[in-house]
Design a protein around this ligand. Structure first.
Ligand SMILES: [Zn+2]
Ligand SMILES: [Zn+2]
Length: 353
């Protein structure tokens, strides 16, 4: 048996501490502070973070909005991208200097029914970046080597960051929706996720209807391939989309229960509704009778697997997708959260570390 020792980047000694944005308690502003660097556990790597996207999930995490909560203090961020600077003993999947993405699915057991059947995202043993493991809102992050995904050469790390959650999540949503050529696909919410969902639905051959409340976002949707747009602040999306024949699939990305109910109402018979966004207000009301008689399918879709993320990167490297993002320093984290909540961000904020 070969003897292995931990490897680290000779040009940069592993840090003893690093600057990160920390959630001190639910609902409080994040603190930018120096946090201690932990020793690597078996199977882990240390990544020097270059870019880290701000997802709505990070805001829900910082507010403690969901039934399953993280434990403050913690560092959010599940769109971290950076280079490997240290490997735990025995890690052979990666080399120092590799650029990797650290997605929401930070760890899974690898042996349960879900893991071995290609549904590692449903693993009960999973750990999540920026939630149960400190995430990408810091100069460094530790991650499990088997659950990061290499970023191909030629992809800008500031594009790779939003693809790591917003990209893979919407790519998977379109996959489970089963979009085929000529299908009418309604995408509710044109933000960090929606602007990519539109592109993946169009790549799959769908004719896309983008729904949002803000004209500027609907303009972006058109540029990215939406054939129709509906401003739900000005017209009823249910009537507008039923007038087009009804949607074969609707993808719910807006953090509003009302938008989920509207998305349901836009479906044609046999249609599918994919739940993706996670509003703090957890419940909607749907009719049983119409669901049964119209053969409606409702599917929950949570992020995507490593294979899905590799496919997302492959499409981007091939020039098939465009990431709309705004780069800001990590110091702006609190203002950036306010801007996202107010809908003042066209697509994605990516922090530069
Ligand atoms: Zn996310
Ligand atoms: Zn598992």
């Amino acid at each position: 048996m070969a003897v292995t020792t931990p490897k680290s980047d000779a040009t940069a000694a592993p840090p003893t501490s690093y600057r990160a944005a920390v959630v001190p308690s639910f609902g409080a502003p994040l603190n930018i502070e120096e946090v201690p660097a932990r020793a690597l556990e078996p199977g882990q790597i240390r990544v020097k973070v270059e870019a880290s996207g701000l997802c709505h999930t990070d805001i829900h995490a910082a507010h403690g909005d969901w039934p399953v909560k993280p434990s403050p203090p913690f560092v959010p961020g599940h769109e971290g991208v950076g280079t490997v600077v240290e490997l735990a003993a025995g890690v052979s999947e990666l080399a120092l200097g590799d650029r990797v993405a650290m997605p929401w699915l930070g760890y899974a057991c690898g042996t349960c029914d879900h893991c071995v059947s290609g549904w590692e995202t449903l693993c009960l043993e999973q750990k999540n970046m920026g939630y149960s493991i400190d995430g990408g809102f810091g100069e460094y992050a530790t991650a499990y080597a088997r659950y990061v995904v290499k970023v191909p050469d030629g992809i800008d790390p500031f594009d790779a960051a939003p693809l790591t959650c917003a990209g893979v999540t919407t790519y998977k949503a379109v996959k489970v929706a089963g979009t085929r050529s000529s299908d009418l696909v309604a995408v509710f919410g044109v933000g960090g996720l929606g602007h990519l969902a539109i592109q993946y639905a169009a790549i799959a051959g769908g004719r896309v209807i983008a729904v949002d409340l803000i004209d500027e976002k609907l303009e972006l949707a058109k540029e990215l391939g939406a054939e129709f747009t509906v401003n739900a602040a000005e017209e009823d999306p249910v009537a507008a989309i039923q007038a087009l024949g009804g949607a074969d699939q609707a993808i719910s990305l807006a953090v509003s229960p009302k938008a989920f109910e509207q998305a349901y109402g836009t479906l044609r018979r046999g249609g599918k509704l994919v739940f993706v966004a996670l509003p703090a207000d957890n419940y909607i009301t749907l009719p049983i009778f119409e669901t049964v008689l119209q053969g409606i399918t409702i599917i929950g879709s949570i992020v995507g697997t490593r294979t899905d993320l590799r496919e997302v990167f492959e499409l981007h490297a091939a020039g098939k997708t465009h990431v709309t993002r705004e780069v800001r320093p990590l110091d702006t984290v609190n203002e950036s959260i306010v801007d996202v909540e107010a809908g003042r961000v066209t697509a994605r904020i990516v922090f530069s570390l």
